[in-house]
Ligand binder design. Structure first.
Ligand code: SAH
Ligand code: F3S
Length: 441
């Protein structure tokens, strides 16, 4: 009987991508079949996130629950990967001896070997090194699941924003060779993928080693991807306002497959805080990019991440953030209370903002962001938009989910599974909180 693999993924889209790749890999190397039931698993992998303290706490709670499974089934092996693993290394095993394997974001391709080691009682079961691009040379062709796919184009980050743990846990920026990425996208298109999401911590730092002109890596990659037969939509996550050059603005005019949506995190609207965060751009420079994007692609949706309650954030700084939100008119965005992280420079800054105040600010910001997203939805009511049908609704099998050309989720009645993967016209009839209702035309 095939061995069963259960994977739980915390955190960002890179982790989701890595988990899918491990699933492909262990299927090939050891014939593992994926299960949704942890009780029947022979191997459990936890792909962790350490971006905020709360995410990290979840890890040991989860491992505590799995200890009981191991008491029942001593043959069960447990592996921990991702950013908490990278940060803590074998400390994970000291605190949770039920863990057999520890691996980092750059060593997911070595999991089959680590698994063999523990199955054969060999010692080596921890590998959190950062081998250069080796990961991608050792991963099998990506299997596809539906009409959209993530394609990792670069890993890591060199920006060292003062609050952020990512450069410490995922290592320095490494870009994959352009030809490898295009080959992967071609393979996905042949399997019926219509939309690719070019993925990285900081995709506008993407560099093709063969490209002589510095700084044109991402726009060039988007252009090359757009001519691949079958690829009808392209998006990228996450970009950084620093290094968002004119070429990336122009590509919105040049490449119609690029959807009218960009996630461009600003974190704060205050120049003082942006400086303390080491974001390398000012509020006005951010506005300049936004203005250019809006004129390059009319109706473009913009989303962002925000941190409130950064050490020393004054009421005035916070008001600057609210004012920035009004100016940009964001679509659905993400906002968090600042969380001090190991190895970051901000963790040593004096934090004089009381937690209660931070919570009030977060609520006020979130309220504003929700209204902003809802007003974009309301403007769409009555319009007919091109939507990519992505899946059958989990809640109601008589309903399908699609995504409009600005990435908004649209729910519509449908009973024909062959519609999945089609780009169709949908009339938007109602704006709800997190989604739109529509009627297929
Ligand atoms: N590469 C992305 C960010 C990745 S982390 C970028 O450049 O924007 C995702 C989001 O988590 C960040 O945008 C930030 O808003 C939030 N975040 C990161 N570190 C945080 C911290 N220490 N406390 C609170 N939120 C944090
Ligand atoms: Fe983090 Fe800043 Fe890089 S938010 S991922 S250090 S761009």
């Amino acid at each position: 009987m095939a061995k069963k693999l259960f994977i739980k993924t915390h955190g960002c889209q890179m982790n989701e991508y890595d988990s899918n790749r491990m699933q492909d890999l262990l299927g090939i190397s050891h014939g593992f079949e994926t299960t949704d039931n942890e009780e029947e698993a022979d191997l459990i992998l936890l792909n962790t996130c350490s971006i905020r303290e709360k995410a990290q706490e979840k890890v040991f709670h989860q491992l505590g629950r799995w200890k009981k499974l191991k008491d029942k089934n001593p043959n069960l092996k447990i592996g921990v990967g991702g950013c908490v693993a990278s940060q803590e290394g074998d400390n994970i095993m000291k605190r949770a001896p039920q863990v057999d394997i520890v691996f980092g974001p750059q060593t997911i391709h070595r999991v089959p070997k680590l698994y063999e080691n523990v199955a054969e009682n060999k010692l080596e079961s921890v590998d959190i090194t950062f081998p250069k691009t080796e990961k991608f040379d050792h991963l099998p062709e990506q299997s596809s699941d539906g009409p959209t796919a993530f394609v990792s184009i670069m890993e890591g980050c060199n920006k060292y924003c003062s609050f952020c743990v990512v450069p410490h846990t995922r290592g320095n920026e490494i870009s994959r060779p352009l030809d490898d990425i295009l080959k992967e996208i071609e393979g996905l298109a042949e399997k019926g993928v219509k939309e690719v999401n070019l993925l990285g911590q900081n995709v506008n730092s993407y560099r093709d080693s063969k490209l002589k002109t510095k700084g044109l890596g991402l726009s060039n990659l988007i252009r090359s991807s757009s001519v691949i037969e079958g690829i009808e939509r392209i998006q990228f996550t996450t970009s950084h306002p620093f290094e968002f050059g004119q070429d990336l603005i122009d590509i919105y005019q040049e490449v119609p497959q690029l959807i009218s949506y960009v996630h461009l995190p600003v974190q704060s609207g205050s120049n003082d805080i942006l400086k303390k965060m080491r974001r390398r751009h000012s509020r006005d420079e951010y506005f300049e990019i936004i203005d250019k994007l809006k004129s390059a692609r009319s109706g473009i949706s913009i989303s962002s991440d925000f941190i409130v309650g950064f050490p020393g954030e004054t009421e005035k700084d916070f008001l600057d953030t609210l004012d920035l939100v009004d100016y940009v008119g964001y679509d659905e965005s993400f906002s968090f209370i600042y969380s001090p992280r190991p190895n970051t420079t901000a963790k040593d800054l004096e934090d004089d903002v009381p937690l209660e105040e931070k919570k009030v600010r977060l609520q006020e910001l979130q309220h504003k962001l929700e209204n902003s997203a809802l007003s974009i939805s309301r403007k769409m009511v009555g319009e007919t938009r091109k939507c990519l049908v992505t899946n059958i609704s989990k809640k109601n099998p008589g309903e399908f989910q699609a995504r409009a050309d600005n990435n908004k989720v649209v729910i519509f009645s449908c009973s024909d599974p062959s519609m999945i993967g089609e780009i169709i016209d949908i009339e938007i009839v109602e704006a709800r909180n997190k989604s739109l209702r529509g009627v297929a035309i």
